[in-house]
Design a protein around this ligand. Structure first.
Ligand code: SF4
Length: 328
């Protein structure tokens, strides 16, 4: 395709082929992507008004996913398969007739389901290392927690949403919600994470994290907690991708003051996002390079820094290795 430059000359644009690897959601034949108004959506709005326009409003996304997102999606998919089997087992099992069998009776079938979820990547070009590493992480995870968690599964991939009642819209998809019977029964939400390493930054970071605080806020705001044992917050269930993977769990139990502050910050952010259009969705160059890589629109903004909102909205197909969400 071509775009006219200042002199009216056509500038040839070719799509950059970043990788031959298919996106993991395509390999699995599932709809990938984050929750509609969840932390990913709001993070983009915080990072850059232009990214908010491109990703949140126009639905542009990279045609190929980077390693961290690819890895995270597959890791979640495997653990989802694992906990769904345990949930099905608990649904048909007479509750607590035998505690041991209730919690762990389906472990073997669940582990098989998790490895089976990985099978589509076995012969998929570009997934060799990923397949090997996730297999290894599953081995380590099952070895560590096989007969330890006394989790009564309340829900797998639980969708929660808060409408504009609080001045902003927020949604989430909880990986797992359980009643933990390790001691006095307590309601907990579980968030699966994979990380390059397990250090203090990773472990402590989740105790004050936008996504995890938001999930706790949403459970308290929208769930009828009278139906459950006391809700005690979020468990961040981390497995590292080191040469020998390690398991660790962080706990996010924000006080009512933290939750109130988070709510106020979201109200302010929602007001700011409403102004982006009037400001023509300005670029925020402070956010192009990030701690873990670059903004997904780095090439677009570098190649065409002066593309206007009208140009972007009028463009038939995204360019430079981008695509419209859901497009094959
Ligand atoms: S590359 Fe920079 S300016 Fe462009 S959308 Fe991303 S953060 Fe904003």
């Amino acid at each position: 395709m071509s775009i006219l430059d200042e002199d009216g000359q056509g500038v040839r644009v070719t799509t950059i082929q970043t990788t031959v690897r298919r996106r993991p959601d395509e390999v699995l034949g599932i709809e990938g992507g984050a929750s509609r108004r969840g932390s990913t959506y709001w993070r983009r709005a915080i990072e850059c008004p232009r990214e908010h326009l491109l990703a949140n409003e126009l639905g542009w996304e990279p045609a190929a996913l980077g390693d961290p997102l690819t890895f995270g999606l597959i890791w979640h998919y495997c653990l989802e398969a694992y906990y769904r089997v345990i949930q099905e087992h608990q649904n048909v099992f007479p509750a607590f007739e035998s505690t041991k069998d209730y919690f762990w009776g389906a472990n073997e079938e669940a582990e098989i389901a998790a490895y089976q979820a990985l099978v589509p990547f076995a012969g998929e070009p570009g997934y060799e290392k990923c397949f090997e590493k996730i297999s290894q992480m599953l081995d380590v995870y099952f070895e560590r927690y096989r007969r330890e968690d006394k989790w009564q599964i309340v829900g797998v991939e639980v969708e929660l949403a808060s409408e504009m009642r609080h001045g902003f819209e927020y949604t989430t998809r909880l990986d797992l919600m359980v009643v933990d019977h390790a001691s006095e029964p307590a309601l907990k939400i579980i968030e699966h994470k994979s990380s390059y390493r397990l250090d203090r930054n990773v472990l402590e970071g989740y105790t004050q994290d936008f996504q995890t605080i938001g999930q706790v806020w949403l459970v308290e705001a929208e769930l009828d907690l009278e139906k459950y044992p006391p809700f005690v917050g979020s468990v961040i269930n981390i497995v590292s991708k080191e040469s020998t993977p390690k398991c660790a769990r962080s706990y996010c139990q924000p006080s009512k003051y933290v939750l109130a502050s988070w709510q106020r910050s979201m109200q302010a952010l929602s007001v700011q996002a409403d102004y982006f259009e009037a400001l023509d969705y300005p670029q925020n160059f402070a956010s192009c390079s990030r701690k873990f890589g670059r903004c997904q629109f780095f090439e677009l903004c570098r190649t065409f820094p002066d593309l206007g909102v009208g140009d972007l909205k009028g463009m038939g197909d995204p360019i430079l290795g981008l695509r419209r969400k859901g497009a094959a």
